[in-house]
Design a protein around this ligand. Sequence first.
Ligand code: SDX
Length: 391
Amino acid sequence: MLRFTLKNWGPTMAEPEYRPGLADVPVAESAISFIDGKRARLEYRGIAVETLAKESSFEETSWLLLKGELPTQKQLATFDSQLRVHRRLKYKIIDLIKCLPESGHPMDALQAGVAACGMFYPTKDRTDPEKNWEAVIRLIAKLPTIVAAFHRLRRGDEAIPPRDDLGHAANFYYMLTEEEPSPSITKVIDACLIVHAEHTMNASTFSSRVTGSTLANPFTVVNSAIGTLAGPLHGGANEEVLDMLEEIGTAEKAKGWLEDAVLHKKKIMGFGHRVYKVKDPRATVLQELAEHMFAETSKPEIYNLAVEIERIATGILGPKGIFPNVDFYSGIVYQSMGIPRDLFTPIFAISRVAGWTAHWLEQLKNNRIFRPEQIFVGKNDQPYTPLGKRP
Ligand code: SDX
């Protein structure tokens, strides 16, 4: 029997090359976002992310990603009101979240909540655009409510119901803190949600496309992506950056700590990127947001330390094309708003759900189930030794 290995690949076909991590391998055609890793350029449907962070809102940016163009005033108003209507969680889902272990990670609570939503809003038919759109609205609208509810309930407080009179960013902060954020804090949160919303074929988006290609339901698609984002090499890095800054402690210790880390091949969290070989444009936006926030107050020590670490680490790693990525400053911005560290990655998820669902819809338009190949490195034709004859 012919065992498939690349060696047996048909004589007429070019032998596909194995690329660990699928580095530089295109796995889909997409029009949603574009990165120029050498020019630090990130565009959502052709519009620069810096422009959107300054001029747009997360609601408008989500529509842009999903529909391919900026909404009319009427479209945005309708979309915004649909999101507000669908923010609430069924009381049974709140009860389920109440039963989760307080010490659990909020990313796991988010997956539990999203899976429960998929059970309450089952959709069988992937060919119905109306049903698909309804699921997208529910996912974008409800993820912030799930994150905020778990945070409140794990502390023994009641979950705070969403407010229909607040926008997406302000309402999330309100559900976390029971306080209405100031306009400047609202703008910072909104800009953070915008810059995290989409990023071409990153690992969690790839997961959403793979799961979507099997025609799984949209809640399961997003749950695959949430699980992928949770890893410290991907969305979990923003939490790890704060741990690293705390471990280094002072600017005097930074150089020694970084040199030792690089010597021992330790990854510097918040640095490096598969595509960017210069400073991630989102890191620049987040740093500007931090500077803007700290202009009204004194700069926290941890921010000054981060700036010093960026300077030293860039000196060591810059020649290898390793620079700060989106996770390097995001945690500092969130921490300065009093947001707990283990909510940093869930905030990444409540933003990236816009990109994940946009890719899901795009995948369905021209779907073929993902099923790549492997290079077989095992043994063939092995005998079976009965248990009695084994040591
Ligand atoms: C995100 O893909 C996306 O777009 C992701 C993201 C998005 O918006 O979705 O941008 C969000 O995930 C940002 C990345 C957050 N992760 C981290 O900050 C964790 C630290 N970074 C690294 O783990 C790493 O840089 C990755 C995972 C981000 C990228 O990994 P690659 O492209 O697979 O690079 P690699 O691990 O193969 O490293 C190549 C070389 C290696 O050195 P050599 O063995 O070749 O000598 O660069 C070195 C690595 O050791 N290197 C680092 C480093 N990152 C790469 N060395 C020290 N510190 C680092 N951070």
